[in-house]
Design a binder for this molecule. Structure first.
Ligand code: SAH
Length: 430
């Protein structure tokens, strides 16, 4: 049982919204804080993000145009709702106000998949008749804490995760039946138990109430398993664009040994596997590595090996053993890589590094370290994975090759024009 908290703070924010949020677009944008750019036309959002990225990457390269979305709304296929109640005990669901534990009730969201929002609304509507109380963080009473929905955009499979504080879910079979009656397209329902006072949404224990307890989805022609805890990109349309951009940049010949660092459930390495000789993937999350091994089996990929390890430790071990690799794909979390990781890349000396970044600040810092290691940035392409938000995802191509012939031609041309100018001047003075 969660200890009773000694506070009377009200968690539901009912204050009047006095921000300048565009009326009609999203009634809670000022309170929820997730969409910092909701009032801006989409092109302007991309322009702003591009300018910010260019400012940060100025010392290293020119940033190419943003690859945006044709229809940027409702792109999120992973939707999380916190469940709570108002003073009268009416169930509410929504999001935490940025940086707090206050719940902002949300009915519909411009970012989220609409089907997911409809399922959350149905669950909210069913609670009273099933006498299921939402969890109260302040006094520890109640059962339902969160609902997490994962939508397989291409497979059309849908997973609903009910996060409760106790494994005892009254009349769960009838609840499942009623939910499936309203949404027969749901393919699996999972009960996850989180009895800890933590900011993590999911607890350790889970059991499927209906279906297999996970879904599959497709990406770049491959099939991937998504379980409640797996990391899987939230914007499937742009994920394909992101991975294709990364692979195209690498210009693979088929003979390469490729490293996929921070590999999650193996996506980038598996998608690259048919274009290289061998892939070595490293990821520290055990569950993700398990899923990655299964994903390799499902897709019949045999030239990939997965290692569960800290990426820096693994890279240092590889560097110490004198191994050489041809290309490194790296997709670190927001904190970016470590100086030791980058130093190990230098020792392994791949000709190309493809750096996929979700944090431009960390990226700029790391590019500085790569520069010291002899790597120059050849290309930087931002892909908009998070419309309406400040989030900036960038793919960079780095190379350790000496400046190529084109630079020499530029210098030669400079000489050519200088000599031509001098000749002109001489002619004029004759
Ligand atoms: N490339 C994957 C995952 C990218 S997210 C994809 O596109 O889906 C970043 C991944 O880095 C997460 O899976 C996270 O678990 C992993 N990670 C974070 N810190 C790590 C570390 N120190 N060593 C190895 N993996 C790490």
């Amino acid at each position: 049982m969660i200890p009773k908290k000694n506070t009377n703070t009200k968690r539901v924010d009912n204050r009047k919204d006095n921000t300048d949020a565009a009326p009609g677009r999203c009634p809670v944008s000022g309170k929820c804080g997730a969409c910092q750019m909701i009032d801006m036309p989409y092109r302007k959002q991309l322009g702003k993000k591009h300018a910010r990225l260019q400012e940060l990457l100025e010392p290293y390269c020119r940033v190419e145009s943003f690859v945006g979305m044709e229809r940027p709304e409702h792109y999120r296929c992973k939707v999380h709702a916190v469940f709570t109640h108002d003073r009268k005990g009416n169930p509410l669901s929504g999001v935490y106000r940025e940086g707090s534990h206050e719940v902002v009730p949300v009915e519909k969201c411009l970012l989220e998949d609409e089907k997911a929002d409809a399922i959350i609304a149905s669950i909210r509507g069913m609670l009273r008749s099933f006498k299921i109380k939402t969890y109260d963080e302040d006094n520890g009473f109640g059962l339902l804490r969160h609902v997490l929905i994962r939508i397989g955009k291409y497979s059309k499979e849908i997973m609903v995760v009910l996060v409760t504080v106790s494994p005892v879910f009254p009349s769960k079979n009838n609840f499942v039946k009623a939910l499936l009656k309203e949404h027969p397209e749901i393919t699996t329902i999972v009960l996850n138990v989180n009895d800890k006072q933590t900011s993590m949404i999911l607890g350790d224990k889970e059991k499927p109430l209906y279906g297999p307890g996970f879904i599959y989805d497709m990406c770049c022609g491959m099939k991937f398993k998504i379980s409640p805890k797996s990391f899987y990109q939230v914007n499937p349309v742009q994920t394909e664009v992101l991975y294709r951009t990364a692979l195209d940049m690498a210009e693979l010949s088929g003979d390469e040994i490729a490293l996929d660092c921070y590999s999650g459930v193996g996506t980038i390495g598996l998608i690259a596997s048919s274009r290289v000789k061998e892939v070595i993937s490293v990821e520290h999350n055990k569950d993700a590595v398990k899923d990655a091994i299964l994903n390799a089996k499902i897709n019949e990929v045999k030239n990939i090996t997965f290692y569960q390890n800290d990426a820096t430790v693994f890279m240092q071990q590889m560097a110490d053993s004198g191994d050489k690799v041809d290309v490194v794909f790296m997709d670190p979390p927001r904190a970016g890589a470590t100086p030791e990781f980058i130093h190990s890349v230098e020792v392994l000396s791949p000709e190309k590094v493809i750096y996929i970044s979700c944090s431009p600040d960390s990226l700029a810092r790391d590019l500085g370290l790569f520069k010291k290691s002899g790597y120059i940035v050849k290309r930087a392409v931002p892909v908009d994975m998070f419309p309406f938000t400040r989030g900036i995802e960038t793919v960079c191509l780095l190379s350790n090759r000496k400046p190529d012939a084109r630079v020499k031609i530029d210098v030669d041309l400079e000489d050519y024009y200088r000599i031509k100018d001098e000749q002109k001047k001489n002619k004029a003075s004759e």
